[in-house]
Design a protein around this ligand. Structure first.
Ligand SMILES: CC(C)(COP(=O)(O)OP(=O)(O)OC[C@H]1O[C@@H](n2cnc3c(N)ncnc32)[C@H](O)[C@@H]1OP(=O)(O)O)[C@@H](O)C(=O)NCCC(=O)NCCS
Length: 171
């Protein structure tokens, strides 16, 4: 490597390069439609990890609320180029997003993902609030929480922008 990876917010003209990363990181899953719908939203924080001006990692954080108006956010999708996985980029993208959300006063960050990975990346316990749609019972451990500004886990249910409001993403 000629320089260290940089993590920053993506620019609007980087959508194509971001979308090109997803089939590489997720060869068995097509997330490009979801990512394309999320990227333009003002509720979305989109972070890229770049190396020599190439995008080698990307993470989306979507801001949402519960019924009491708490500021919440969902992490996902997150993808790292296969040639750069297990080098700390996923961890760094999560930490950078959490720091930005914390600075703007977000209470809690949620994720639906592999508990073996996310429990070591700050999502230390299962979430106490409901996902937008009922989860499969076997996914209870995968619905996880990282406290930011809040001292207690949010309850109620998470409301997110429209692209996330499809049962197939949750069940
Ligand atoms: C999951 C992913 C984002 C993590 O990013 P990364 O930069 O590779 O991960 P990090 O460097 O932060 O962490 C690496 C560690 O996590 C482990 N790890 C990676 N993916 C894992 C998974 N799905 N389950 C459990 N552990 C995992 C690695 O074995 C490694 O362990 P080590 O530190 O003991 O060596 C990346 O591997 C990726 O894009 N994977 C394919 C797409 C995917 O599954 N995305 C997540 C679902 S939204």
């Amino acid at each position: 490597m000629t320089s260290s990876p940089e993590i920053r917010e993506s620019a609007t003209n980087e959508a194509e390069a971001i979308l090109a990363l997803y089939p590489l990181a997720f060869p068995d899953e097509d997330l490009t439609g979801l990512v394309a719908e999320l990227l333009p939203l003002t509720e979305v924080l989109s972070l890229v990890a770049t190396h020599d001006d190439r995008i080698i990692g990307h993470a989306i954080f979507t801001r949402g609320r519960n019924e009491t108006g708490q500021k919440l956010a969902l992490l996902g999708p997150i993808g790292v180029h296969p040639n750069h996985q297990s080098g700390g980029l996923g961890k760094a993208l999560i930490a950078a997003g959490a720091a930005r959300l914390n600075a703007e006063g977000a209470d809690e960050l949620l994720v639906l993902g592999d508990p073996d990975y996310y429990s070591h990346r700050g999502f230390d316990v299962p979430a106490s609030l409901d996902a937008p749609y009922p989860l499969k019972p076997e996914w209870a451990e995968a619905w996880r929480s990282m406290l930011l500004v809040a001292h207690q886990r949010a309850t109620g249910s998470l409301a997110l922008p429209e692209p996330w409001m499809k049962p197939e993403y949750w069940a």
